[in-house]
Design a protein around this ligand. Structure first.
Ligand code: IMP
Length: 176
């Protein structure tokens, strides 16, 4: 706890830049979905602040639903699997947009994507605030990317370290 409290961090993306990024993404989504009836699937906990700001700027008639991903190890051969919990919307035939905080290795999103595609959706796109292209180990498309970053560990604006710092209004880079 002491280390967490005295965390050495410096501003990485300030509130003004976040706001510009979010507005730009919202404009693209509004344009792409203007004749559609999308469902936004917000991945908790990390995406809560990004999703709130983004969705306030979405003008198309849409539904919003929230999910969580729980890691569990099913057996030795399959390793860690992310189980989707909390989905209470029927996504069959729907145009779905996943809203996530960050794609790092991409494995979390890959697992989620597969589970949503299996629900027979009409289309599936991904909106992420931050993307670490150098860490990405997958090859699915990410249509809406807020900002590409190298590999700093970030906190704030939904991003956490052991559950802390999610409430900060800007994004900070954790220093060694
Ligand atoms: P992935 O499966 O490697 O893409 O990891 C994705 C998840 O790791 C995200 O949903 C975050 O919860 C977490 N994560 C990855 N990088 C960071 C970071 O820099 N700060 C906070 N959480 C992160």
């Amino acid at each position: 706890m002491e280390n967490i409290k005295s965390l050495n961090k410096e501003i990485f993306v300030d509130s003004e830049e976040i706001s510009q990024i979010v507005t730009r993404l919202a404009e693209r989504i509004n344009n792409d979905y203007k004749d559609k009836d999308p469902v936004f699937v917000v991945v908790l906990n990390g995406a809560f602040m990004f999703a709130a700001d983004l969705l306030k700027q979405i003008k198309v008639l849409s539904k919003i639903t929230f999910i969580k991903l729980a890691s569990y190890t099913s057996d030795k051969s399959s390793g860690t699997v992310k189980q989707l919990i909390g989905l209470n919307e029927n996504l069959k035939g729907k145009d779905v947009v996943i809203i996530e905080d960050i794609v790092d290795t991409g494995l979390t999103m890959q697992s989620l994507r597969k589970q949503l595609l299996a629900l027979d959706v009409n289309s599936l796109e991904i909106a992420v605030l931050m993307f670490k292209p150098h860490k990405f180990q997958c090859n699915y498309p990410i249509k809406y990317i807020g900002k590409e970053i190298e590999d700093p560990f970030i906190v704030g604006y939904g991003f956490d370290l052991d559950g802390y710092y999610r409430n900060l209004p800007a994004i900070y880079q954790v220093k060694e």
